[in-house]
Design a protein around this ligand. Sequence first.
Ligand SMILES: NC(=O)c1ccc[n+]([C@@H]2O[C@H](COP(=O)([O-])OP(=O)(O)OC[C@H]3O[C@@H](n4cnc5c(N)ncnc54)[C@H](OP(=O)(O)O)[C@@H]3O)[C@@H](O)[C@H]2O)c1
Length: 259
Amino acid sequence: MPALGLGTWKLNGAQCRHTVLNALSMGYTHIDTAAAYDNEADIGAALRDSSINRTEIFITTKIWYDSLSSYDVEKECCNSLQKLRTDYIDLLLIHWPNKNIPIIDTLRGFAVLFDKKLVRSFGVSNFTLPLLKETLDVSNLPICVNQVEFHPFLNQSELLSYCGQNNITVTAYAPIARGRVLKDPVIEQIAKECGATTIQCCLAWLRQKGMAAIPKASSEAHLKENLGSLKINLSKEQIAKIDSLDKGERLVNPEWAKF
Ligand SMILES: NC(=O)c1ccc[n+]([C@@H]2O[C@H](COP(=O)([O-])OP(=O)(O)OC[C@H]3O[C@@H](n4cnc5c(N)ncnc54)[C@H](OP(=O)(O)O)[C@@H]3O)[C@@H](O)[C@H]2O)c1
C-alpha cells in the first residue's frame, strides 16, 4: 500500500472527479473512499478517464457498520465494484465495528470475496486494541490494516506498537488534524529547519513511524504540498519532538462508536 493516499471524504460530484483525476496525474497512486462517502461512482468515473493503468492504483473502500453480515458484505462489495468501475478492490475495510454483528460473520463474507478474487486484502477501521485482538483471534484471513485517527495531537502509540507486532499497517486518517497542525509552533520550527511546510513535516512524521496517511485535499496546491512530504526526512530528535505533542485530542467520536 503506498504510504501516501488521497482521502476523499466530503469530495463529491464534479469536484471529486476533478480532484481524483488531478491527483492521479500528479503521481498519487492510492485513493481512499467508502460506501458511506457516496463518491465511489465519481471516483469510478475519474479512474475511467485517467490514463493511468488500474494496476498502478491502490483503492481502499469500506463497508458501513450496518452492513456487516456476510450476506450484506458480499452485496455491498459488489455495489462498490460496480460504482468504482473495477473488477477488484485492493483493500476492503470494516468502516466501524458493530457490536450487534459478530465479527466472525463479517469474516465469512470476506473469505468468499477473497476466493472470488474480488478483494485482494482486508482490514478494519476504528478498531481499538481489545477489538483488534478479538478479531485476530478468530480470523483465518490476514488483517492487513487498521485505519484510525492518528495525528500529532492523537498519538496512539500503544495501538501502533501492537499493530507493528502483528503485521498490521496503521493508516492515519485526519492525519493533519483537519488543518490544526498548521499553526503548531513546535512543528513550525521543525518545518523551518527542514525547509518544508508544517503539513509536510506532519506527514513525514507519520510515514517515518511506519504508517500510511490519507490527507484529504481538494486544491491543486494542497495536493502538491502533501505529495512533497514524501521527499522530507525528519531526524530522530525531530520525530521525538512531534511525539511529545500528544494530548489525546480525538476529532472523530461518533455516538455509534461508543461501546
Ligand atoms: N475510517 C474512518 O472512519 C475515517 C474517518 C475520517 C476520515 N477518514 C479518511 O481520512 C481522510 C482524511 O481525513 P479528514 O478529511 O477528516 O482530515 P484531514 O485530511 O486531516 O484534513 C483535511 C482538511 O485539511 C485541508 N488540507 C489538506 N492539505 C492541506 C495543506 N497542504 N495545507 C492546508 N490545509 C490542507 C483540506 O483542505 P482542502 O480540501 O481545501 O484542500 C481539508 O480541509 C478522509 O478524507 C477519509 O478518506 C476515514
